[in-house]
Design a protein around this ligand. Structure first.
Ligand SMILES: *Cc1c(COP(=O)(O)O)cnc(C)c1O
Length: 369
């Protein structure tokens, strides 16, 4: 019932001929676990099918998947256009790539015409997160992918928020989809893992360079845990979708909350995009408080009892993550965020317990209604 954890680094060949054949076809046979492993291959097959792609490559982390993809396709002189608020480690990586002669442009809008007008002659990749990190805004993926395709620009999307169950970007003309499997796919806060899904042709290029040579290989044990978690992904996502709706309903008419960042709370255009692209709603959102006082904000965070403070998300436990960390106000404001911007991951606890916890902390910090 449960798949094998093939915990080996190397594979034995039965004959000279088998050795020669395997080494000449190293991405579809088992030679060495830095390249392929049966437990990891099983996971790759399943994620490829879920995303609707021909092939998937699994990595040791989401950043392993992202860096392998960007390093495989970018050359000196190329520009990457990244759209809106993307995962901060991804933008840090692109900034480091300046030393290899790769430039980047960033556009802080989700409007298609603004994004299209930022395309340059040197644009090689348009990198999207939709819904985006921090603001959870959507872009019109298919329109952007089609504009890019006409100009021979590759589109890459980080699809971690929606999971392959709630959004299938490859069906909307996007070239490459990326998952951080450390989040919903892993689902239990016990693995760090990533995946890239695309056509056979593009994945082969990533396998040859960004994967095999940069060496961000997932352990077979990690792949096993991700396989175990995939079995409950639909149940977990359905429950989380119901819970996030309960939490938003509680927060949306509270005068102490200035703004909720989530696709369910966007303007009419955002709602239209959500209906077009999303088959369900993830439980990661952010809130800004009406009162800008940072001592009260700190009191709110410290008053939470069920919800902990911590990075990452996608597991059982509800979490908050303030953008402001006492010494970074300038960076937070530059990213277009309020100083009271706090990310909230709604986990699998009883939603009424999550609401009670938020309610108690709001009363403690901002006074009861
Ligand atoms: C966590 C995350 C990543 C990075 O994944 P790791 O597995 O932590 O390396 C990338 N994109 C998004 C949207 C994430 O939430």
């Amino acid at each position: 019932m449960s798949p094998e954890i093939v915990l080996t680094s190397s594979f034995r060949f039965g004959s000279f001929d088998e050795y020669a054949k395997s080494c000449n076809d190293e991405f579809d046979s088992y030679v060495y676990t830095r390249g392929t492993n049966p437990t990891t291959s099983l996971l790759e097959g399943k994620i490829a099918e879920l995303e609707g792609g021909e092939r998937c490559k699994v990595f040791a982390s989401g950043m392993g998947a992202i860096s392998a993809t960007l390093l495989t396709f970018l050359r000196q002189g190329d520009d990457v256009l990244f759209v809106n608020t993307i995962y901060s480690a991804t933008s840090s990586l692109l900034k480091y790539m300046e030393r290899y002669g790769v430039t980047w442009s960033s556009i802080s809008s989700c409007k298609t015409d603004v994004i299209a007008s930022a395309i340059k002659a040197s644009t090689k990749i348009i990198y999207i997160e939709s819904p985006s990190s921090q603001k959870f805004e959507l872009v019109d993926i298919e329109k952007i992918a089609k504009i890019a395709r006409v100009r021979h620009i590759m589109t890459v999307i980080d699809n971690t928020w929606a999971t392959p169950l709630f959004q299938k970007p490859l069906n909307h003309a996007v070239d490459i989809s990326i998952q951080s499997c450390s989040k919903y796919i892993g689902g239990h806060s016990d693995i760090v893992c990533g995946a890239v899904i695309s056509s056979k042709k593009l994945i082969r290029q990533i396998e040859e360079f960004g994967f095999l040579l940069l060496g961000s290989t997932a352990s077979p044990l990690t792949s096993y845990l991700a396989l175990r978690s995939l079995r409950t992904l639909p149940c977990r996502m359905r429950t989380l979708e119901c819970s996030v709706k309960v939490v938003i309903k509680f927060l949306e008419n509270d005068p102490r909350i200035k703004k909720i960042h989530h696709p369910l709370c966007g303007d009419a255009w955002q709602r239209k995009l959500a209906v077009k692209y999303l088959d369900g709603y993830g439980s990661l959102l952010a809130i800004d408080f009406a009162n800008p006082d940072l001592d009260r904000f700190e009191q709110f965070i410290n008053s939470l009892q069920l919800i902990s403070v911590g990075v990452s998300w996608g597991g059982f436990e509800s979490l908050v993550l303030p953008a402001y960390r006492k010494t970074n106000s300038e960076t937070v404001l530059k990213r277009g965020l309020d100083l009271t911007h706090v990310r909230l991951y709604v986990g699998l606890e009883d939603p009424s317990d999550i609401v009670s916890d938020l309610s108690y902390a709001l009363d403690q910090a901002y006074g009861s209604l």
